[in-house]
Design a protein around this ligand. Structure first.
Ligand SMILES: NC(=O)c1ccc[n+]([C@@H]2O[C@H](COP(=O)([O-])OP(=O)(O)OC[C@H]3O[C@@H](n4cnc5c(N)ncnc54)[C@H](O)[C@@H]3O)[C@@H](O)[C@H]2O)c1
Length: 250
């Protein structure tokens, strides 16, 4: 067992996709989880099924994040683990044709949102002398996907923030790591597929993109998050762990 029993966890974007799988994995391992999502209906549905609390959260709003962390401490007694999972897809465009609106929207959720969560959680973790953060990065942090400038930049930023915090906070007994998934079939990619001229081709491309056959599942990503959050990873900090069937090894 991974010693996640009794741990208290806040999972952002826990109402769908990879976040929902992370919530279910932590609950299955005996943790108590606060499900946080901007989509109240989706988040509450997961919370009800898991018999865990829900808080509405917009990670791109620093006050909202402070409140969600405070609510977690009130309802679960303390915060041991923060999983910064919430993220949004970018509209496709090369840099010269990008809108500023899309740039700011994606950077605000995918990079500022992670920083806000880390900032708020780390203040408490320093006080309590322990804590674990797992951030959702992406293989887009390591290789550049054309026409997704803010997504690539935000995820590279998440991986670098992860390293920075790992070094900075090691002395306080705090670990900070990230997971970098390859393409996973989630509501995010289902929506992205519908925006293309060939949704079936998009889905097929997702299935065939890695050296390993098949597609990564949300549960594959959740397993890596649970590992990094657990005491099994007690001497691991600052890594971005690809869960990519060998994609970034090529
Ligand atoms: N799906 C993939 O192929 C893939 C690959 C690499 C990395 N990732 C990363 O994994 C994470 C989860 O992705 P997913 O595919 O499960 O996405 P998803 O869209 O399927 O689910 C994301 C969840 O986050 C919530 N959310 C969105 N904006 C929010 C906000 N501002 N505040 C709080 N909650 C918000 C949504 O309501 C939703 O419940 C993201 O950070 C994403 O960038 C996904």
């Amino acid at each position: 067992m991974r010693n996640l029993g009794g741990k208290t966890v806040l999972v952002t974007g826990g109402g769908a996709g990879i976040g929902e799988a992370i919530v279910r994995r932590f609950v299955a391992e005996g943790a108590r989880v606060m499900i946080a999502d901007i989509d109240a209906a989706a988040g509450k549905a997961v919370a009800d099924v898991c018999d865990m609390p829900f808080v509405q959260l917009d990670v791109g709003d620093v006050a909202s994040f402070e409140q969600a962390i405070a609510a977690t401490v009130v309802q679960l007694g303390r915060l041991d683990i923060l999983v910064n999972n919430a993220g949004v897809a970018s509209l496709r465009a090369p840099i010269h044709a990008s809108t500023l609106e899309n740039w700011h929207r994606v950077i605000n959720v995918n990079l500022n949102g992670v920083f806000y969560g880390m900032r708020s959680a780390l203040a408490r973790f320093v006080e309590q002398g322990s804590g674990v953060i797992v951030n959702l990065s992406s293989i887009a942090a390591m290789v550049a996907f054309p026409e997704l400038p803010p997504y690539n930049a935000a995820k590279a930023g998440v991986s670098q923030l992860t390293r920075e915090a790992a070094v900075e906070y090691a002395r306080y007994g705090i670990r900070v790591n990230a997971v970098a998934p390859t393409g996973v079939w989630t509501p995010m990619n289902a929506r992205t597929a519908l925006e293309t001229d060939d949704p079936a081709g998009f889905e097929k491309g997702l299935t065939n993109m890695n050296p390993m056959p098949g597609t990564a599942s949300a549960e594959d990503i959740a397993a890596a998050v649970a590992f990094l959050a657990s005491d099994d990873a007690r001497f691991i900090s600052g890594v971005t762990l690809p869960v990519d069937g060998g994609y970034t090894a090529v």
